[in-house]
Design a protein around this ligand. Structure first.
Ligand SMILES: [Fe+2]
Length: 190
């Protein structure tokens, strides 16, 4: 499958230059409280805990090993700006604490995850994006960003423009009105 292949290449490259993608909005403590319980079946986690306005969005996918086996119990942390492009923090820019539109999910036995939120807004010169941090025992931790295909702002965003194709996701509207995208992640072993 074309998609699968592209996602593998994404993460292999992303893992090699993850330091260039670290952004200061992540605060672990707050997110830790929202860790979902590990289950065999897929469980959807709501990141929009304050019901902020925006286009309802669902992101799902799988975490794989190099030999294409699912990584269960992998921790995926996701955070993003609201519809107006603001991060929901209650501290200053350098030491923020994101109070909504952030969360954490553990992959199930099949390596799957699914989150519900709103479409990230835009700010500054940045293209529309999700922040991701993925970690699992015995694997290299990845920190990266996911973009929206056909977002013209990618062309003016020096961070987004170098993203591998597989990190630029073709989000589409479902017949239930949700913007939906699939983000599969290859997680290298240590
Ligand atoms: Fe950001």
């Amino acid at each position: 499958m074309e998609n699968t292949h592209r996602n593998y290449s994404f993460s292999e490259e992303a893992s090699q230059r993850k330091n260039s993608l670290v952004i200061p909005y992540y605060v672990g403590n707050k997110i830790q409280k929202k860790v979902s319980n590990y289950t065999e079946s897929i469980q959807i986690v709501n990141l929009n805990t304050r019901n902020l306005p925006g286009i309802p969005t669902v992101v799902s996918g799988k975490v794989y090993t190099k030999d294409k086996q699912p990584v269960s119990n992998a921790k995926i942390e996701i955070w993003h700006a609201d519809d107006a492009g603001a991060y929901h923090t209650d501290r200053n820019f350098y030491f923020p604490r994101q109070t909504t539109l952030s969360g954490c999910i553990l992959t199930n036995a099949a390596g799957e995850y699914k989150i519900r939120t709103i479409r990230p807004g835009i700010y500054g010169y940045r293209a529309r994006h999700f922040h991701y941090k993925i970690s699992a025992e015995g694997h290299t931790t990845l920190e990266t960003q996911i973009y929206f295909k056909n977002d013209p702002r990618i062309l003016i965003d020096e961070i987004a423009i170098v993203a591998e194709d597989s990190r630029v996701i073709d989000f589409k509207y479902s017949n239930t009105g949700y913007l939906e995208g699939i983000v599969n992640i290859f997680l290298p072993e240590i």
